[in-house]
Design a protein around this ligand. Sequence first.
Ligand code: NAP
Length: 250
Amino acid sequence: MIASLFSLKGKKAFVSGSSRGIGRAVAMLLGEAGAEVWFHASRPSPALDATLAEAEKRAIACHSVAADLSGMEGVDQIVRSVRECDILILNASVQRYLTLDEFDGEEFAREFNTNVRASFALVQAFLPGMRARRFGRIVSIGSVNQRKPSPRLGIYAATKAALANLILNCARSSAEFGVTANNVAPGVIATDRNAETLADPAAARKILEQIPVRRFGTPEDCAGIVLLLCSEAGSYITGADIPVAGGMQL
Ligand code: NAP
């Protein structure tokens, strides 16, 4: 019973930004649940190769695709490579620590193009197939910044709020076709992205004070909820926005 509720056998999953960090942990778990997985990075890299080798070691049916999502060519490349997708995880994003005063148009465009426009273009590309097959799962990876924008991540926070809003809207319009769409909002998860900040004891202490469970999350902390949302067990959950943040959203 438990195995069939969480099995993803026969499903094809694409996880953007899965060479490292949260995306990697999510893609591995979906693969271990039986999905055929496309691992993705912005460019060919040793990290992507090592992740694919690890997935093969775990007997996951897997492929890799390298494509920069700051431009629409990257989206086209992914669609050509994956072709059919039952489970779409929108995880890749870019961010720069800048105050609102420091942001310029170029950085604004880079963050919105990568985090929102490319993600939404992937939804538009794969959603018709999901609807036709009467099964689909879309999960966007947001951030606690969606609701509580950090002063130095204002534009990034806005991209996460925009993406969550689009995905939750998609939930309403796709539910009758067997497609669910949800957003998962991590708090502080220890990955390459924040390794430098978290390695500074004073900064780490200050951040920990804002996290009720008093520890940073791990990429694996984010994977279980995504598996639930993608599985049969999660088929009645749509339009949800779920923090995985050790209470930091409070
Ligand atoms: P990460 O370790 O920095 O990994 C980022 C992934 O995205 C990598 O696979 C990277 O590929 C890919 N990527 C980056 N820029 C890209 C581009 N222009 N085109 C295509 N792919 C690109 O990230 P993470 O910390 O695991 O975060 C994953 C997601 O969770 C992000 O959406 C992030 O905003 C969100 N999040 C993270 C935290 C946190 O504390 N870590 C908190 C809240 C939300 P390469 O290997 O080629 O660079």
